[in-house]
Design a binder for this molecule. Structure first.
Ligand SMILES: [Zn+2]
Length: 480
């Protein structure tokens, strides 16, 4: 393997600097061994669009991808078709007849033909999880866990165990496939468990976070030990993490400002919401409730209730509405002329809130109209809960981690890099040309021998045609 990208979802310097005694992943050891930087993620800093940006060299603006949701016929749906329409770094490697092994890619929906092998992650169509088909057998024998959803009320210890198991099995799968494929140019493995663990434990149980990083550190060291010394190793996250001071209830705010009307939220529903909230935002009652629910099989009662659960009733929501905590505000159930008006007014109102930045998105009718972000607060979408409320759930921040190690890497602090710089840097390290449509820059300061990056003058549309032709060829060769 010439280069391996180890993706650690949600890894943050403010977390890594507090963890001591790790072989690879602590801030101290990375400072000693790598060229490292603060990685500036996308806006909003969520896995979709961040991983897509990271693996394509494109900004959310040119991908027209700001959220994992789209609004179609007044219903929220996952934006899966857009994820498959992007040209990723492994597609470019295929064009150059270079081999990729990519495991648990969190930003694609379908595993499309690639030279080598690819396995999708949490958002994937489970019927098209892997390419080529023989990989599915390896998934079965190694027991690949795609994702762990934090909705099941299992205890903290069980949650930790299942996340450990998932990361261990994924590493075993990666190493097994690396053995089978041989002569790999680019290896990618993404650990999404860190994100799930940090959401749940960063504010409440630091010791579990620490314990988890110890496990992950050993797995990462194992992957690195399997590479030869010449190989480049990139450790990168898609965004950082923060402990929000409190949660800002975006939909409640919009409703209070007459920009959102929601029908059918009756008193019983509000009471239930409040009880759920009181339980799920106080650590000890939550822990007890999880244990009881687990033992008595009342799992479903603890599931969080979003208004989008009622999406069958299409007339329920009217106005500016944020369907998930990621900060995308959609204009629902109003005609085009009115939509602009509502959007402008909501933008002004949201920008009036201290510590929150709101901006409008104009180039996509199916995506959100407004994006909001904050480095202080998390966002809540539960109408009926207070405007500002307590939260024990940690949330994303815009500033993640980048580090590159290897024989031809300088040991230095690189300052800040952009998430779009990662793909050009991978191509540079593999001695491949960088397509001119990419928006990121090669992080050239990281390398000891700095040659001028090779450029390829090509439009994104032309590259897509090339990639589709290559995919067709790969498919024909494999299925003959
Ligand atoms: Zn997350």
């Amino acid at each position: 393997m010439k280069l391996v990208v180890i993706g650690v979802d949600g890894a943050s310097w403010n977390i890594l600097e507090k963890i001591k005694g790790l072989e690879v992943l602590s801030k101290k050891s990375l400072e000693k061994t790598s060229a490292w930087a603060i990685l500036e993620s996308t806006s909003p800093p969520w896995s979709i669009p961040a991983w897509n940006s990271l693996f394509s060299g494109l900004t959310p603006k040119s991908m027209k991808l700001y959220s994992f949701l789209k609004l179609e016929d007044n219903t929220f749906k996952p934006i899966t078709y857009k994820l498959d329409d992007i040209v990723y770094v492994w597609d470019i490697l295929s064009v150059y007849d270079k081999k990729t092994l990519a495991v648990n890619i969190p930003c694609i929906y379908t595993a499309k033909p690639v030279k080598g092998a690819i396995i999708a992650g949490f958002i994937a169509n489970r019927l098209n999880l892997a390419y080529p088909k023989w990989v599915n057998k390896v998934l079965e024998t190694t027991g690949y866990i795609v994702d762990i959803i934090d909705s099941k009320p299992i205890t903290d210890e069980e949650y930790f165990e299942v996340n450990v198991k998932s990361a261990e099995k994924r590493t075993a799968l990666f190493l097994e496939l690396a053995r089978k494929l041989k002569q790999i140019d680019l290896g990618i493995i993404v650990f999404t468990e860190t994100d799930r663990m940090q959401h749940r434990f960063l504010k409440t149980r630091w010791s579990i976070i620490e314990k988890y990083y110890e496990v992950l550190d050993k797995l990462v060291a194992k992957i690195i030990d399997n590479l030869d010394d010449e190989a480049y190793k990139i450790i990168v996250s898609d965004h950082g993490f923060q402990k929000p001071v409190k949660a800002f209830n975006v939909n409640q705010y919009l409703a209070l400002n007459n920009l959102l009307a929601v029908e059918g939220v009756n008193i019983r529903y509000r009471v239930k919401l409040l009880v759920d909230h009181l339980v799920s935002n106080n650590y000890i009652p939550l822990t007890i409730a999880r244990k009881i629910a687990y033992k008595t099989g009342l799992a479903r009662r603890l599931r969080k209730h979003g208004l989008e659960d009622h999406e069958n009733n299409k007339t329920r929501i009217l106005g500016a509405y944020m369907p998930s905590e990621e900060g995308g505000v959609f204009i629902v159930g109003v005609n085009e002329a009115y939509k602009k008006l509502v959007s402008e007014k909501a933008l002004r109102k949201l920008n009036n809130v201290n510590g929150i930045l709101a901006y409008s998105i104009e180039d996509d009718s199916l995506g959100p109209s407004i994006l909001i972000e904050s480095e202080t607060y998390s966002f809540s979408n539960k109408i009926g809960l207070p405007l500002w409320h307590k939260t024990i759930r940690a949330t994303h921040s815009k500033y993640g981690v980048f580090a590159i190690l290897g024989r031809h890497v300088e040991n230095r602090h690189l300052g800040k890099v952009k998430i779009t710089d990662i793909t050009p840097t991978i191509l540079y390290a593999l001695n491949l040309p960088i397509p001119s449509y990419m928006e990121g820059q090669v992080i050239i300061k990281a390398f000891t021998r700095q040659v001028k990056p090779k450029k390829m003058d090509i439009s994104y549309a032309k590259m897509k045609i090339k990639v589709n032709l290559t995919r067709k060829k790969i498919k024909e060769n494999i299925e003959e």
